[in-house]
Design a protein around this ligand. Structure first.
Ligand code: 5GP
Ligand code: ZN
Length: 116
């Protein structure tokens, strides 16, 4: 996808602080971290959101989670972390290229969704 920010990061056209790359996925530090550890893992092949994924994306989606724990630990999240995939308007997705957030650090994170 020519105009997709994360495709440009994967291609190296926008710089990022890369932490991992393999044949399926690319991982880098979020530009506006919410915690001391905040990285994003994306499939190298563009797919807009989880709504658009099907069995053809299994390898990349599986790899995103398969590397998450190691990358989190390597970045210093050694006592737990949170994985988030925002999807669509309700999920408040901002960048329409599937990504999993890996968020952690020394402190316990806030509750996931505030109860009304
Ligand atoms: P979303 O709300 O779509 O789940 O999250 C998008 C994330 O992408 C945000 O946390 C935002 O800070 C991050 N982001 C947006 N543009 C860039 C960029 O150009 N570089 C990096 N490293 N992160 C970005
Ligand atoms: Zn893309």
């Amino acid at each position: 996808m020519a105009d997709c920010i994360f495709c440009k990061i994967v291609r190296g056209e926008i710089s990022s602080r890369k932490v991992h790359e393999d044949e399926h996925v690319f991982a880098f530090h979020d530009i506006r971290p919410l915690a001391p550890v905040h990285i994003l893992i994306v499939p190298k092949a563009h797919v807009a959101s989880l709504y658009d994924c099907d069995q053809s994306h299994e390898a990349a989606l599986g790899r995103m989670l398969a590397v998450a724990g190691r990358l989190a630990r390597e970045q210093g999240a050694t006592d737990g972390f949170r994985t988030i995939i925002n999807t669509g308007r309700v999920g408040r997705q901002e960048v329409y290229h599937v990504h999993v957030h890996i968020i952690g650090g020394p402190d316990v994170l806030p509750g996931m969704i505030v109860r009304k």
